[in-house]
Design a protein around this ligand. Structure first.
Ligand code: ADP
Ligand code: MG
Length: 749
C-alpha cells in the first residue's frame, strides 16, 4: 500500500527521514506542494542532438548513450598495494563522444561491455581535448545482449532504478524509458536524480489535486487543470504539453501574488485620511500662479490624478515614474502644498544628504516668501520648509525637531534613515519619497505609522529609474502608477559618446579640451570617477588591467595640469558634510567650472548650466546609473554632452553595453537592457524579500504578460469576495505566500 498524499502532506510522511531532511536543508522543501512547485530546470530528451557549445566544463551532466569502445590498463595506485584496472569507455550521446573513466573499473568491464546502453551522471571535465567524466554514477539501461532485467547501477541512479522497478511492477512505464527526463537544480549534495526520485514518489502518492480556480475561469483562459499541470510539468510525454503545464502553475503564482497585493491595497485604502481638496485661497493655488514656467501636459495630468487622490478620504498610494529631468519635483511641491492647505505636514525623503540639501534649497527658492512663515512680510498662508540632516549642529537640529513636532514646519526634508528613526510629527499628512525605486513595503508601513491618531499619510514615491509597467505593477503592486514622459520645453537631447582611451589615448586630451570650450561659454562640467582614492591599486578596471581613476588623483592632476586655468572642485562621500555642501553650492553658483566627484551627485542634482558629464571608467557603472548621470546635464536649455571614458576592449560585453547607452536616450529601452543584465534580486531589492522571494516559478522580470492577466482576475475576485471567504484554497495560497508576518491583510479588513 502506498501512502496517500495531498500537496500539504509533509515530505517526511512519504520519503525516508534522511531524504526529507536533505530536501528541506537544501531547498527548504517541507511539503509535497513545495517539492512539486519547484519545476525542472530543463528536460533531457533522449536521442536529441547534443550541442557541444552548450556543455560547460565543471558542470554536472547526464550522458545517455551506448558504449562505442572500451580500453583498459592496469596500474599501481600511489598509495596502497596491488594493481587496479583503469577502464575508459567512449560513450556517444547525441553525436558527441564522451570519455568515461573508472579508476577501479574491473567490474565495469563486465557491467558495461561495448554495445550496452547506459546513463552516466557526473562532472564534466576536459582531458587532452576530450570531454571526460571521471567515475560518474551510472545506470545500465540495456545490456549488450539486449536482455532486460533489473537495472544495475550506482548511487542515486541505482536508487532511482529500484523505484522505477517498483513502478513497472505496478504497470507504469519505466522511468528510464521516458523520452523526457527532467533535470532539477542540484544543491548541497542533493542531486537532480535524488530530487527526481522524490518527485516521482510524491506524484505516485498524490491524490488528485482539487483545483482552486473557478471552472469558468479555467475554461475562459484555456488553462490546464491543476492536477494535470503538476504531473505534466515534471513528467511530460510530449513536448507540446510542457508549456501549458508550466503556464498554469505560473498563472497560479501570479494570481496568488496579485491577490496578496490587491488585498494589501484594499487594506490600506480602508484607513481614513482627511480629505485635502484644492483651496482657491491656499498655498497650492498661490504657488501655481507664481511658477516661472508653464507646466507640461504630462505634469498637469499627473497633478490632476494626484489632486483627486488627495481630495478623497482614503490615503493616496502613488508611484510617479518620470525620466530624469521630467520635472517631478514641482509636481511633488504642488501636491505637498495642497496637503498643507488642509493643515497637515509633509515630509520629503531623499536617498542622500546632498540631494536633501539641494531639495531644501530649490524648494525654498521656488516658494520664495510663501515658505517664510514667521518672517516679516510673509503672506499669511505661508509655511516653513525645514531641513534635517545628520550633520546639523545640535542647536539647529533641536530647533528643526521642535518646528516639526509643533507643526510649525509644513515641509520637512531629510534622508530616510534620519526621519524614519528619530522624528515625531505634529500631523503628518503626506510622505514624498524621491529617487527610491527600491522602496519596500515594510519601509512604507513604518512611515504610514507616523500619521496622527490612526490617520494614514498620503504617499508619493518618485523615481527616474524606469521600471517596465508590469514590474512596477508587481514590485509596487499596491501603488497606482503615473508616468511623466515628456521633458519640459527647452530641454535638448543629450549626445553621448564613448571615448575608448585603450585604443585612442589621444581622445582623452580632447575630453579636457571640450570641457574648456564649454567653460569658455559659461557652462560647467562634471567629471565622475568610480572611486575616491588610489590606495587600492589591485582593483583594476574591467578587462583592461588599467587601475581605476580615483577622484582625488584626477582632481589633483586636472587642477595642476590640463585644466589649471579653470576652477576645479572635488566632491565625494568621505568629505565632511560642510565641504560637500560647499562644493555643491559653489558648483551651482558658478564659483566652480568643473566638479570632480564620485556618484554622490548621481540622483536629482539640478544645475542648469552644467552641460558636460564625463564618466571615467564608465564600464564600471550600470546602465541605469549612466542614464541617471547623464541626466544631470542639458537641463538649462543648452545642449548636453556625455562622454563615457573607458579602457574596456572594443569587442567586450562592457563596451557593447556602453555603445547601447550611447545609442539611445529612451529610458524604457535602457531599462529593458538593464534588466537583461542584472539579476532579479538586484532589481527588486532586499526590501521586497518576503512574498517575492517565495515565488518559485514566476519571474517578475520575464512574465509581465501573465502578471498583467493575473492582476485583472485578482481584482475581479477581490471585488466580489474581498476576504476570499468563497475561495478558501486561494486564501490559503495567499497567506502562505505572504508569510506569517503579513498574512493579516486578508483578515484585517
Ligand atoms: P526630475 O524629474 O529629474 O526630478 P526636476 O524636478 O529636478 O526633474 O526638474 C528638472 C528641471 O526642470 C528643474 O530645473 C525644474 O525647475 C525644471 N522644470 C520642471 N518643470 C518644468 C516646466 N514645465 N517647464 C520648464 N522647466 C521645468
Ligand atoms: Mg528629481
Amino acid at each position: 500500500m502506498t501512502t496517500l498524499a495531498t500537496t500539504d502532506t509533509p515530505l517526511v510522511e512519504i520519503l525516508d527521514a534522511d531524504g526529507a531532511q536533505r530536501l528541506e536543508q537544501a531547498f527548504g522543501h517541507r511539503t509535497v506542494g513545495d517539492l512539486l512547485h519547484t519545476l525542472p530546470r530543463r528536460f533531457r530528451q533522449r536521442g536529441q542532438r547534443v550541442d557541444r557549445k552548450s556543455l560547460v566544463i565543471g558542470e554536472r551532466v547526464t550522458v545517455i548513450g551506448s558504449v562505442k569502445r572500451m580500453n583498459s590498463s592496469s596500474y599501481t595506485p600511489k598509495r596502497g598495494k596491488g594493481r587496479l584496472e583503469r577502464v575508459t569507455l567512449v560513450v556517444e550521446d547525441g553525436g558527441v563522444d564522451f570519455e568515461v573513466v573508472f579508476f577501479a573499473g574491473a567490474k565495469i568491464k563486465y557491467m558495461l561491455p561495448v554495445g550496452s546502453e547506459a546513463m552516466f551522471d557526473g562532472t564534466l571535465s576536459e582531458f587532452r581535448g576530450k570531454l571526460t567524466l571521471k567515475h560518474p554514477e551510472f545506470l545500465v539501461l540495456t545490456a549488450a545482449t539486449g536482455q532486460s532485467g533489473p537495472l544495475k547501477g550506482s548511487g542515486d541512479l541505482a536508487a532511482l532504478a529500484t523505484l522505477s522497478a517498483k513502478l513497472e511492477a505496478e504497470g507504469s512505464e519505466s522511468l528510464f524509458g521516458r523520452r523526457f527526463l527532467p533535470v532539477y537544480s542540484s544543491k548541497e549534495g542533493v542531486t537532480s536524480w535524488e530530487v527526481f526520485g522524490a518527485v516521482v514518489t510524491a506524484l505516485r502518492a498524490l491524490v488528485p489535486v482539487v483545483d482552486p480556480l473557478d471552472p469558468a475561469l479555467i475554461t475562459s483562459l484555456g488553462l490546464m487543470g491543476l492536477d494535470e499541470a503538476l504531473r505534466t510539468a515534471h513528467l511530460p510525454t510530449h513536448e507540446a504539453e510542457i508549456e501549458p503545464a508550466v503556464y498554469r502553475l505560473r498563472f497560479d503564482e501570479a494570481l496568488a501574488l496579485q491577490l496578496l497585493l490587491g488585498a494589501r491595497r484594499r487594506f490600506y485604502s480602508r484607513d481614513p485620511a482627511p480629505p485635502s481638496p484644492v483651496r482657491p485661497d491656499g498655498l497650492r493655488t498661490a504657488m501655481e500662479a507664481r511658477l516661472p514656467f508653464e507646466l507640461t501636459a504630462g505634469q498637469k495630468s499627473v497633478l490632476e490624478d494626484v489632486s483627486l487622490d488627495l481630495s478623497r478620504d482614503q490615503p493616496m498610494n502613488r508611484l510617479l515614474q518620470g525620466e530624469v529631468g521630467s520635472g517631478k519635483t514641482v509636481v511633488a511641491l504642488l501636491a505637498m502644498l495642497q496637503v498643507i492647505d488642509s493643515g497637515r505636514q509633509c515630509v520629503m525623503l531623499a536617498p542622500t544628504e546632498v540631494l536633501a540639501t539641494q531639495h531644501h534649497r530649490s524648494l525654498s527658492a521656488m516658494l520664495g516668501d510663501l515658505g517664510e512663515k514667521g518672517q516679516l512680510g510673509a503672506p499669511e498662508e505661508a509655511t516653513r520648509v525645514v531641513l534635517l540632516t545628520g550633520s546639523m549642529s545640535t542647536a539647529a537640529r533641536r530647533q528643526a525637531l521642535l518646528d516639526i513636532v509643533t507643526g510649525e514646519a509644513g515641509i520637512v526634508i531629510g534622508t530616510h534613515a534620519l526621519i524614519q528613526d528619530s522624528v515625531d510629527f505634529f500631523d503628518l499628512g503626506m510622505v514624498v519619497v524621491d529617487e527610491q525605486h527600491r522602496f519596500g513595503v515594510r519601509q512604507r508601513d513604518r512611515l504610514r505609522a507616523k500619521g496622527r491618531a490612526g490617520r494614514v499619510p498620503h504617499l508619493l514615491v518618485m523615481t527616474a529609474t524606469p521600471i517596465p509597467r508590469t514590474i512596477a505593477m508587481t514590485v509596487f503592486g499596491d501603488l497606482e502608477v503615473s508616468e511623466l514622459g515628456e521633458l519640459p520645453g527647452g530641454r535638448r537631447p543629450i549626445t553621448t559618446t564613448v571615448v575608448p582611451v585603450g585604443e585612442k589615448p589621444k581622445w582623452l586630451d580632447r575630453v579636457w579640451e571640450r570641457i574648456r570650450e564649454e567653460a569658455d561659454d559659461g557652462h560647467r562640467a562634471y567629471v565622475v570617477c568610480a572611486r575616491i582614492d588610489g590606495d587600492d591599486k589591485s582593483d583594476a578596471g574591467d578587462d583592461s588591467g588599467v587601475p581605476l581613476t580615483a577622484a582625488e588623483d584626477l582632481y589633483d592632476q586636472l587642477s595642476r595640469d590640463e585644466l589649471s586655468d579653470l576652477r576645479v572642485g572635488l566632491m565625494h562621500g568621505r568629505l565632511p558634510p560642510e565641504e560637500k555642501d560647499a562644493a555643491m553650492t559653489e558648483f551651482a553658483s558658478g564659483a566652480l567650472d568643473v566638479l570632480v566627484s564620485t556618484t554622490v551627485i548621481e540622483v536629482g542634482v539640478d544645475v542648469p548650466e552644467a552641460t558636460v558629464m564625463v564618466v571615467m571608467d564608465a564600464e564600471r557603472f550600470g546602465v541605469s546609473q549612466l542614464h541617471q548621470l547623464r541626466g544631470r546635464v542639458g537641463r538649462g536649455g543648452f545642449e548636453g554632452l556625455c562622454l563615457l571614458v573607458t579602457n574596456s576592449r572594443a569587442d567586450s560585453r562592457s563596451r557593447t553595453r556602453l555603445d547601447d547607452v550611447a545609442a539611445t536616450t529612451d529610458g524604457f529601452v535602457l531599462a529593458q537592457l538593464d534588466l537583461m543584465q542584472r539579476r532579479e534580486g538586484d532589481i527588486l531589492g532586499d526590501a521586497q524579500s518576503g512574498a517575492l522571494s517565495a515565488l518559485r516559478i514566476l519571474s517578475v522580470v520575464d512574465d509581465g504578460a501573465v502578471i498583467a492577466l493575473a492582476r485583472q482576475y485578482a481584482e475581479s475576485i477581490l471585488d466580489a469576495d474581498p476576504r476570499l471567504h468563497a475561495h478558501p484554497m486561494l486564501a490559503e495560497r495567499v497567506n502562505s505566500l505572504a508569510g506569517s508576518e503579513e498574512s493579516a491583510y486578508l483578515e484585517r479588513y
